[in-house]
Design a protein around this ligand. Structure first.
Ligand code: GDP
Ligand code: MG
Length: 321
């Protein structure tokens, strides 16, 4: 059989360019459907070609507007673009935050563009691992560039940095206090800063301040963040921004940086998958197994301490494995 025919049917359809099959497989990946894992395994050898670019920053700074512009620019250069937008969910209701959010809808009906939004919580195994695998599917589907939009706060952004090879942090003039508190964290994430809404007053000062900070700060692996003023609405600065992304991508290609980074990320991924599985098994056995239940009862009754209970559980797991 040819290599393509050996793929599971869902994976074969994705390789053949079937968009509905891709959408279904993405949903299955998000749900941690075991059948999807078979497809992921089979498709892995066909991935690694796409460049994954993270786009992060507070709500309302214009990330989605910028992504529409980037889609235009990349399509004009003949590149196929996948977009994964991780939706902000309200921590209180679990619902989406609405408001004047821009939809990413450039080039609807264009076969060279595939848009997907994902909830920012409720994935079995976590947002980061679901995102990584969705990016792989888009890669296997044939997308050249994959843009991942996340809302700039906390854990998810830090994790997306480990999936994207270049991360753009989007800010706007006069973010003021917010930037002050975010600053240290932002420099951890950003290879490129986009000062968006530079059609508004204060953009020059903001660009200068950030550039000074970038020049003063320590570099990461020899790279200092670039700062680019942009107006996503007017469409200015977008080419310069993309040139900065490309400069970082070129930088990664030198001295084996890209390969080293990839290896580190893969090590984390493999360990993470084992951790996830062990965690699931342990939690499952706690719920099912009467012995485990009584072990917990004894911990609760102070008859055995948590460390010793963990020792026992760990021994059990190794014996059954
Ligand atoms: N003045 C101005 N407004 C912008 C610009 N880019 C986006 N916006 C507006 O900012 C609001 C939020 O944009 P959106 O792309 O949804 O932000 P996101 O939450 O970061 O994805 C919308 O009303 C946009 O029209 C810009 O360059 N200049
Ligand atoms: Mg958005």
């Amino acid at each position: 059989m040819s290599p393509v025919l050996r793929l599971p049917p869902a994976a074969r359809a994705v390789v053949a360019g079937d968009r509905r099959a891709l959408a279904r497989l993405i949903s299955a990946v998000e749900d941690r459907d075991p059948a999807a894992v078979a497809s992921l395994k089979a498709l892995y050898a066909r991935t690694g070609r796409a460049r994954i670019i993270g786009i992060t920053g507070p709500l309302g700074v214009g990330k989605s507007t910028l992504i529409n512009r980037l889609i235009e620019l990349l399509r004009a250069r003949g590149l196929k673009v996948g977009v994964v937008a991780i939706d902000p969910s309200s921590p209180f209701s679990g619902g989406s935050v609405l408001g004047d959010r821009i939809r990413i809808e450039k080039a609807q009906g264009d076969d060279g563009v595939f848009l997907r939004s994902m909830a920012s919580r409720g994935h079995a195994g976590g947002v980061a691992s679901a995102t990584r695998e969705v990016c792989r599917l888009l890669d296997a589907f044939g997308m050249d560039i994959i843009l991942v939009e996340t809302v700039g706060s906390g854990q998810v952004d830090v994790e997306i940095r480990d999936i994207a090879s270049t991360s753009i942090v989007v800010l706007v003039p006069h973010l003021g206090d917010e930037v002050q508190t975010l600053k240290a964290g932002l420099f951890e994430i950003a290879e490129v800063f986009c000062v968006n809404k530079s059609d508004l007053p204060g953009a020059e000062t903001a660009t200068r301040d950030l550039s000074e900070l970038a020049a003063l700060g320590t570099d990461r692996d020899g790279w200092r963040p670039t700062v680019v003023p942009v107006s996503a609405q007017a469409g200015t600065g977008v080419e310069t921004l993309w040139a900065a992304v490309e400069a970082h991508e070129t930088f990664l290609n030198a001295d084996g940086r890209r390969d080293r980074g990839e290896r580190r990320r893969l090590a984390e991924e493999v360990v993470g998958l084992v951790r996830e599985r062990v965690g699931r098994e342990l939690t499952g056995s706690m719920d099912r197994d009467r012995d485990m239940g009584s072990l917990l009862d004894r911990v609760a009754a102070r008859a055995i301490d948590p460390h010793s209970a963990a020792d026992r559980l760990y021994r059990e797991l190794r014996r059954s494995g």
